[in-house]
Structure formats: structure tokens, C-alpha cells
Design a protein around this ligand. Structure first.
Ligand code: ADP
Length: 252
């Protein structure tokens, strides 16, 4: 176990000494994090504690002010375009607001990246896309447009779109926060399925019960730092810091 309770061997992605500043304020204030292959990590913490910034830095959506990222055993230096492109192909990202292209059909959204990057031919990508749509309960929606779908359905399409790239890691940034309550369950169900498929998942979430259920490890952040990390049971049943105790008392 590393300092933040991580597995030190077989990390697929890790960050060392990550610092990210916005207008002089440290959104990330020296974060060390390691995600093991096949590991499911849930990141929790108050709003503004740096959770989203952390996963955005892990896939290069945000430029770091200090620190470094290692992917699959190799450092990914700032400005190394090729290496960042490879990392982004292999690390999928799911956002709160699903960000599907409105002018493309469901299948058009799904095949875009695998075809553009040369990962799959169009017909291979369509075949994979259709299989994945069945897996998330959206058989028959291939030719629909995003606007014809509910929020929960659109988020499931966004998950399929990420999976179509066969990523090594999926980063999910509050994937259910923009959804109406009745749609949250259907999206959590898809993420739960993924969690039992061996996929490496890092999920920022306010769904504490869900995080407790599926995660191997919980990371609690506050003020741009990892305050505590460990197995769900340890973290939730015996929080060590007053900040985590305070956070849990507010949300549970
Ligand atoms: P969380 O995901 O825990 O809610 P964030 O990572 O979104 O927290 O934000 C951490 C801090 O960084 C917050 O104070 C937020 O206002 C600030 N921040 C995040 N993104 C930006 C941005 N693009 N521009 C300016 N400030 C930002």
C-alpha cells in the first residue's frame, strides 16, 4: 500500500505531486495518486475540493502547473503531444452533461472516434457500437438523435461512446449529477455492470451508497488535497480526520 492507500504495483495511471492553480487559487495542492489496473476508485469530497480537476488533469484536459503523470509505466511529459494523444485514446472520459453531438445519430456519435483514430473500420465500429447499445439497454436506438433521448439514455450513449474506444481506464465526472432522480438508477446500473467487467474506473460521485458498494477504494478530497483514502468500509466506518467525519455527517 502506498501513502494514499493505493496499490503500488501495476498502476495503469498515476499522478505525482499534482498542482493546478486557477487565478492564484490551488485547485490541486500537491496530489499523489495511483490507480491500479482493474481498480475501481471513487473520489468524494465537498464541492470545489478539486475532484473534477484531478481527473481532468489525469487525462490532460487541464495543463498542470507542477507534477507529472505516468501512464502504463511511462511518464507523459507536458507538451509531449504524441504521448498525450495515446493517453487520451486509452483513457475514456464521461462528463456530467454527456456532450453528445446533436447533429449525429446515436451510432454516428459512437463510431466517430474509433473510425477517426483508425482504431476500427466503420463497419467494425458500427458492429461494436450496436453490441454495446444492447449491453446498456438501448437496442433499437442506433438511428435516433440525442434530442429524442432522455438524459439517462443520452448518458448511457456517452458511456457506450467511450467504451467503443476499448479504453484501459474510464474516468467519470459526476455522471449522474445532471439527471432526474428516476434516471439516475439506470445509469448507475450500467456503471455497476462495468465495474464487474474488470474495467478500471475512477468515478467522482456524490452517490455515497453506490460508491461504497462498487469501489475498491475511496479517496476523500478537501481543499485540493487527498485527506484520506482506503477501502470503503475503513473510510466510512472509521473516518480518521475531522474533515471526513464532518463531510460524512452532512451527507449521510
Ligand atoms: P469539485 O470537482 O471537487 O467540485 P473542482 O475540481 O471542479 O472541484 O474545482 C476546484 C476549484 O477550482 C474550485 O474552487 C473551482 O471553482 C476552481 N476551478 C475549477 N475549474 C476552474 C476553471 N476552469 N476556472 C477557474 N476556476 C476553476
Amino acid at each position: 500500500m502506498g501513502v494514499n492507500g493505493s496499490r503500488t504495483e501495476g498502476a495503469i495511471i498515476s499522478g505525482q505531486g499534482l498542482v493546478k492553480t486557477y487565478a492564484g487559487m490551488r485547485a490541486l495542492d500537491g496530489v499523489d495518486v495511483e490507480i491500479g489496473r482493474g481498480e475501481i476508485v471513487a473520489i468524494i469530497g465537498p464541492s470545489g475540493s478539486g475532484k473534477s480537476t484531478l481527473i481532468r488533469c489525469l487525462n490532460g484536459l487541464e495543463e498542470l502547473d507542477a507534477g507529472s503523470i505516468t501512464f502504463d509505466g511511462s511518464p507523459v511529459p507536458p507538451g509531449a503531444r504524441r504521448q498525450w494523444q495515446t493517453l487520451r485514446k486509452r483513457v475514456g472520459m464521461i462528463f456530467q452533461d454527456y456532450t453528445l453531438f446533436p447533429h449525429l445519430t446515436v451510432l454516428g456519435n459512437i463510431v466517430l472516434a474509433p473510425v477517426r483514430t483508425g482504431l476500427l473500420t466503420r463497419s467494425e465500429a458500427e458492429a461494436r457500437g450496436r453490441q454495446l447499445l444492447v449491453r446498456v439497454g438501448l437496442d433499437g436506438y442506433a438511428n435516433a438523435y440525442p434530442a429524442e433521448l432522455s438524459g439517462g439514455q443520452q448518458q448511457r450513449v456517452a458511456i457506450v461512446r467511450a467504451l467503443a474506444m476499448a479504453p484501459d481506464v474510464l474516468l467519470l465526472d459526476e455522471p449522474t449529477s445532471a439527471l432526474d432522480p428516476e434516471m439516475i438508477a439506470e445509469v448507475l446500473q450500467v456503471i455497476r455492470q462495468l465495474s464487474s467487467s474488470g474495467m478500471t474506473l475512477v468515478i467522482v460521485t456524490h452517490e455515497i451508497g453506490f460508491a461504497r458498494d462498487i469501489a475498491h477504494r475511496i479517496i476523500f478530497m478537501d481543499f485540493g488535497r487527498i485527506v484520506e483514502a482506503g477501502p470503503p468500509r475503513t473510510l466510512f466506518d472509521s473516518p480518521q480526520s475531522s474533515r471526513l467525519r464532518d463531510f460524512l455527517s452532512k451527507i449521510l
